[in-house]
Design a protein around this ligand. Structure first.
Ligand SMILES: [Cu+2]
Length: 454
């Protein structure tokens, strides 16, 4: 046997004998698992420590951890990654453990966590634990609470989780660049009592945005507001996985916003309640029914609803956030007659194409030549045609026969007879006519509060 190995084994044995070891433990660095797939991974059921009901990260995963003498140890590696934002489009981003955003960290109220952060970026970084109550020195603000983590170095954060809720993590070092490049993740702290705030399904994602020129791969890092890819977990429609549930289940969806603007998140077909905010859980008496909730920059929200069967759109309600790149600078051409003009331009530019004469809906089906690595502005196919969407849009699929705990995405919804909009083919009654008499052919009748006509 190699004498050096023998020596190391001996050293290891000696260390086991030492009662009090360093704060970071005698053991080696925990493994840093890497995720190769951008698909939604199944929930990571805890095999040790306090029990909890794990979340499902949409187009993401949970970072595996290990127990070390009662402390939960995680290992994040900050590094450049290639992220598929939707089929047909990849981006050169920065992230953690193979993906952007980084994996979701899950732990339990009362846990002590030790998080190793290895920097494989070309510049220094830190991690700030957004919303978590912890000692100032663990807050991860480069220059203020710690030195920056230089490339190639590993730092250790260690703190106790004193309350449950929905939190985030992101660098507090060269923030504009590192967040524009996709460095962020969610941090879920489960309640100590798993019966508390229990739901049947618990989804989570982070809201982010990129500015990637059509045909290129790397985000512009100086963009302040005019992003062109509005994403959930660094995915855009039609790349955002559908969320599924069984009719009647209690469903929670959590999201945090690390873009540069607010997002009114809207769910069809349900009333929901905001049950979680930045500060933790909302008391029952303080909740009210909503169909849209605005999440401001730096905020986290958890919404809950009782699932009703159907295929329900779930999206940001800013209409520019449900389209992909290329659509924002197009002039309004509705009502403009292009006959003649298009023909004359075509003589100069053979590929000239008129856009938007009758609205933009044609774009959803148009086979327009696009630069490589570029998604159509409006795209996606549903059971009844083009969906004409992009960006922050997906479908919540709720079925009577979806098995509890089954995350398999079913096909499109079969609408029960008589419950779907249809084309009217009978006679149309004549439209109500205004009485003749007024000079312009219209009569205006005003009903005043006293009830008399004038
Ligand atoms: Cu939005």
């Amino acid at each position: 046997m190699n004498p050096r190995r023998t020596f190391l084994r001996g050293a290891g044995a000696a260390m086991l004998g030492a009662a009090a070891v360093s704060r970071a433990g005698a053991a080696s660095l925990p493994e840093a698992p890497v995720q190769a797939s951008p698909a939604t991974q199944p929930p990571l059921v805890p095999s040790a420590g306090r029990p909890y009901n794990p979340v499902v990260t949409v187009n993401g995963w949970t970072l595996p951890w290990r127990m070390n003498a009662g402390v939960k140890e995680f290992h994040l590696v900050a590094e450049p990654v290639v992220r598929e934002m939707a089929p047909g489009m990849k981006a050169n981003l920065w992230g953690y453990n193979g993906q952007s955003p980084g994996p979701t960290i899950e732990a339990v109220e009362g846990d002590r966590v030790r998080i190793f952060v290895t920097n494989k970026l070309p510049e220094h970084t830190t991690i700030h634990w957004h919303g978590i109550l912890l000692p100032s020195g663990m807050d991860g603000v480069g220059g203020l609470t710690q030195p920056q983590i230089p490339p190639g170095k590993t730092y250790v954060y260690e703190f106790e989780l004193t309350k449950s809720g929905t939190f985030m993590y992101h660098p507090h070092a060269d923030e504009m660049v590192q967040m524009a490049m996709g460095m962020m993740g969610m941090f879920i702290v489960h309640p100590k009592d798993p019966r508390k705030y229990r739901v049947d399904r618990d989804y989570v994602f982070i809201i982010n945005a990129y500015d990637i020129d059509p045909g290129s791969y790397t985000p512009r890092i100086n963009t302040m507001l005019d992003f062109n890819l509005w994403s959930w977990n660094s995915r855009v429609f039609p790349g955002i996985d559908h969320m599924v549930a069984r009719t009647g289940e209690r469903v929670r969806i959590r999201f945090g916003n690390l873009t540069m603007t607010s997002h009114p998140i809207h769910l069809h077909g349900h009333e929901f309640e905001v049950t979680g905010t930045d500060g933790g859980w909302v008391p029952k008496s303080a909740r009210w029914p909503e169909v849209t909730t605005d999440v401001a920059v730096g905020q986290m929200r958890a919404i809950e609803f009782d699932a009703i069967a159907g295929d329900w759109a779930f999206h940001c309600h800013k209409s520019h956030h449900t389209m992909n790149a290329m659509g924002h600078d197009v002039p309004t051409l509705i009502g403009v007659d292009h006959r003649g003009v298009a023909e004359r331009i075509s003589r100069l530019i053979p590929d000239y194409m008129v856009m938007g004469e009758r609205g933009m809906a044609d774009m959803g089906e148009m086979e327009m030549p696009l630069p490589d690595n570029t998604l159509p502005m409006m795209t996606g196919a549903g059971p009844f045609g083009a969906l004409e969407m992009g960006g922050m849009f997906t479908v919540v699929k709720i079925r009577d026969d979806q098995k509890p705990g089954d995350y398999t995405v079913p096909g499109w919804y079969t609408h029960p007879k008589g419950t779907q909009a249809f084309e009217w083919t009978g006679d149309l009654p004549p439209p109500p006519q205004a009485a003749a008499g007024a000079p312009d052919g219209r009569t205006l009748k005003v009903r005043k509060p006293d009830g008399h006509h004038h």
